[in-house]
Design a protein around this ligand. Structure first.
Ligand code: SAM
Length: 377
């Protein structure tokens, strides 16, 4: 673990000394990540590179599917979710949830992307030592639990197995969950940014993971959770940063890994949903505003790649790398397209990023923040 149970972070041990990016821009001075050295502090921050920057770098193998785009970023609808659930949209050959009502979602929901999400679940659970929750749940007393934005439902499946006496519900805007599930688990289509349809004060535990980029108003979301939570029940919010960082300066801002967060930062301005939930401490603030008490948090880092010396971290890092290898495109395609990048530019950028991860010269990690709070009795 890179952090103890109290949330105190420890640095991942660097496997090799800091390196320079092999793919830095031709005309910019190379920079190290923020806070790494006094020399770095004097350099102005690097902005986001234009899409064609990556084409000018060393050529990379990139597949060139020539699927067309039917994406309209302004598309929205007030139609009910049930009437439009199968109204997917295709973007450059990848499947996305169509925008319905308030819902606007940026990761592909096709099989390739869903498999990547399942690998991420394994990776996050491994990093937490197999724990599915950090809120202090009393196993014998949890009667009803819900997982909001359940995705493929993999967390909910595991939770339902671990809490066989509890009735577990997973909700999402996309019907991408399995049909063969434990008898105590069901999935429902529900847009969590609308008023929730659950009975008031009905849940002992409400879980949400990786909803960054999906929520315009976190306080409003947690207020809905507050209404549906039993007095004494818990809300747990588990979020990720959208930036790759390093403690040894290996992830320079000019690298493809260093540019990743900037793509999301820029994209979020167009998209209207924050990707800096972790960096901005939004979970705790919104939980306090919604009325939860006894709020605690746990911060840790997910390494990407087999670079950590610690055996367990190495394993976590390999799964994180695998999730990227499985489908990095599904995470970045819509955002980069929103910024006006062409498909070939995106594919070249992805090739650079994968090469950096595989090279072992970069020691990236992304931050995770789990925050949990109790509804007062
Ligand atoms: C990154 S995935 C995480 C899935 C799951 N929580 C996990 O950690 O494995 C985010 C999920 O949130 C869902 N989502 C996005 N906006 C939503 C909304 N307004 N209401 C319900 N679910 C939403 C997406 O469809 C997607 O399945």
């Amino acid at each position: 673990m890179m952090a103890d149970e109290g949330g105190h972070q420890k640095s991942p041990s660097p496997a090799v000394s800091p390196t320079k990016s092999p793919t830095g821009p031709k005309e910019s001075p190379r920079r190290k990540t923020s806070g790494e050295s006094p020399e770095r502090a004097q350099l102005p921050p690097v902005g986001i590179f234009p899409a064609d920057h990556w084409r000018d770098q060393e050529p990379q193998a990139a597949d060139d599917d020539d699927a067309d785009s039917t994406y309209d970023s302004d598309q929205s609808s007030t139609a009910s979710i049930t009437s439009t659930i199968l109204n997917y949209r295709m973007l450059l050959g990848r499947r996305y949830h169509s925008e319905t009502g308030n819902a606007k979602y940026w990761v592909s929901n096709d099989d390739k992307a869903n498999e990547s999400q399942d690998i991420v679940h394994h990776c996050l659970t491994l990093a937490l030592g197999g724990k599915l929750h950090l809120a202090p749940l009393d196993k014998g007393r949890v009667q009803k639990a819900v997982d909001i934005g359940t995705g493929t439902g993999i967390w909910a499946l595991d939770f339902a197995d671990e809490f066989p006496a509890a009735e577990v519900t997973g909700t999402d805007i996309s019907p991408i969950q399995p049909t063969w599930v434990p008898p105590n688990l069901k999935f429902e289509l529900e847009d969590c940014t609308h008023d929730w349809t659950f009975d008031p004060e009905s849940f002992d535990y409400i879980h949400m993971r990786w909803l960054l980029g999906s929520i315009a108003d976190w306080t409003a979301l947690f207020k809905q959770a507050y209404l549906s939570c039993k007095p004494g029940g818990w809300l747990e919010s588990f979020e990720t940063s959208s930036r790759f960082e390093s403690d040894d300066g290996s992830v320079v801002e000019t690298s493809a890994l260093g540019q990743w967060g900037k793509i999301f930062e820029q994209g979020s301005k167009v998209f209207g949903r924050s990707f800096s939930v972790v960096d901005d401490g939004i979970q705790r603030k919104a939980m306090e505003e919604a009325g939860f008490v006894d709020i605690e948090e746990f911060n840790f880092k997910i390494p990407v790649g087999g670079w950590p010396k610690d055996e367990k971290q190495k394993q976590v890092g390999r799964f994180a790398q695998l999730s990227i290898e499985q489908d990095v495109e599904g995470y970045v395609l819509l955002m980069a397209t929103t910024l006006g990048w062409a498909r070939d530019e995106i594919l070249v950028y992805i090739a650079h990023m994968k090469r950096e991860v595989r090279s072992g010269k970069f020691h990236p990690y992304y931050r995770q923040k789990v925050v949990w709070g109790r509804k007062p009795n």
